[in-house]
Design a protein around this ligand. Structure first.
Ligand code: ACO
Length: 426
């Protein structure tokens, strides 16, 4: 017998039955695809808090338990035992790579990291001081002009190539966007450097110099920095049907090119309620200025007449703790021993954390530090400029977006995203 849900319209006593579809993990869903045809009404779900928009087997989140898995594997295991490229391979291929597969994948990404010279010229058109997220979104959309006829977006055989190209090029576009924003010459990728190291290199290097060592003879890019950035990329790699991924899927549903879909995802991520929060966390800590000001700041956050929010706190899905934040807190403690962390900002952050975790306002609303609360301090320690925090998120998330795009394209039952509305006008 099928499991169903029955809805009774109390105005007419008419009953409507809908199938329950079980998930392999997490809540079952009620299939309401026939709701309108059966009842003549729409469902209303502001912000999709109770709506599953697709079927997926990529990422699983249990917000109550604070659980996150990519392709069934726990995030803590991936962060501790695997590289970001392992994780990319896992998301794209549903399995971790063998040593040989990883080497091939790595080599291909290194070769694809270079940008078409035409694309490089595009950066000159943007004003000096442009925010790197704006440039990144525009240049990513422009990628589709270079790879339009090249590949068939309806041919599944081309999907892996599309994926590997965008994963490889996004760090270069992001680094160019930053260097343009400060008027610095572009540094091309170095084929001899790994994925995460290369990004730090493109941000920091001087043209012509190999930059292996500084004048004191120390390695300029330290192993611990590469590992920390790699972990940050892993933690951002995918996160189920969040706002930017939903944007990517919506654009995919119209049949548009994947790189413009990803450009739209980048735009959606930029907002402060989503990926832009990591930049806002540090801006907020700087604004608070000192530990003595934290109490009055928290009072403002709690004031119902003030729309002020504590950046890096709260999450739509995690209502207990964000497992990514837990891993980053541990990473922050490790880095404290080896790198120069801004202790002034950390003191303010610790005080906020201490107050918020014990305050009735935050406890009642299940508000815990999210990934962005810790990533800002770590990225500052890696000498990554504030304007590049959200682009770092983009680099990590690109694999998730393109994997979700591929899943969408392969699911022949998926339709164009076209929600309805509750009309209240004249
Ligand atoms: N500071 C203060 N109060 C908050 C915060 C916060 N950061 N977040 C939520 N609340 C309060 C709201 O005011 C509301 O209170 P009320 O019931 O008295 O009206 C209640 O908690 C519920 O808030 P909603 O906005 O309904 O929660 P929602 O699930 O829609 O929002 C969101 C989640 C957008 C992440 C929110 O918590 C927020 O704005 N946080 C700050 C920005 C941030 O850190 N974003 C990063 C998210 S993680 C990521 O994208 C990688």
């Amino acid at each position: 017998m099928k499991n169903t849900v029955t809805i009774i319209d109390n105005r007419t006593n008419k009953e409507y039955e809908f199938d329950i579809v079980d998930a392999t993990r997490g809540p079952s869903v009620v299939d309401i695809s026939t709701f309108y045809t059966q009842t003549g009404m729409f469902t209303y779900d502001n912000g999709y808090t109770s709506t599953a928009s697709c079927k997926s087997d990529i990422t699983f989140i249990d917000g109550t338990k604070g659980e996150l898995r990519y392709r069934g594997i726990e995030i803590s295991e991936l962060a501790q035992k695997h590289s970001y490229l392992d994780v990319c391979y896992l998301l794209l291929n549903s399995k971790l790579p063998s040593e040989e597969e990883l080497n091939d994948f790595d080599l291909e990404l290194r070769h694809r990291a270079f940008l078409h010279e035409g694309l490089r010229h595009l950066f000159q058109a943007f004003p000096a001081g442009a925010h790197p997220m704006a440039t990144l979104s525009a240049a990513t959309a422009a990628l589709s002009t270079f790879y339009y006829d090249h590949l068939n977006i309806n041919n599944e055989n081309d999907y892996q190539e599309m994926a590997r190209r965008i994963i490889a090029k996004i760090p270069t576009i992001a680094a160019f966007a930053f260097r343009h924003s400060i008027g610095a010459p572009f540094i091309h990728p170095d084929i001899d450097r790994s994925f995460s190291e290369n990004f730090l290199y493109m941000l920091r290097a001087y043209p012509g110099g190999k930059m292996h060592r500084n004048i004191k003879g120390e390695n300029v890019i330290r192993e611990i920095e590469i590992k920390a950035l790699d972990t940050i990329f892993t933690l951002h790699a995918d996160h189920e049907q969040n706002a930017s991924t939903t944007t990517v899927r919506s654009v995919a549903s119209t049949g548009a090119h994947p790189y413009v879909a990803i450009s739209a995802g980048i735009s959606a991520l930029w907002g402060r309620a989503h990926g832009g929060a990591n930049e806002s966390v540090i801006a907020q800590l700087e604004m608070i200025g000192s530990v003595e000001n934290v109490d009055s700041f928290i009072a403002r956050v709690k004031d119902p007449n003030d729309s002020f929010r504590l950046m890096g706190f709260g999450h739509r899905v995690y209502k207990n703790f964000d497992p990514r934040a837990k891993i980053l807190k541990e990473l922050q403690d490790q880095l404290k021993k080896e790198l120069v962390l801004d202790s002034h900002l950390m003191d303010i952050a610790h005080k906020i954390e201490e107050i918020a975790l014990n305050d009735e306002y935050f406890i009642k609303r299940n508000l815990y530090p999210n990934i962005d609360f810790y990533s800002g301090v770590i990225l500052t320690a890696l000498k990554i400029p504030k304007s590049m925090f959200t682009p770092v998120f983009v680099i990590g998330r690109t694999v998730g977006w393109i994997t979700q795009w591929i899943e969408f394209k392969k699911d022949k039952t998926m339709k164009i995203a076209r929600p309805r509305q509750l009309y209240l006008g004249k």
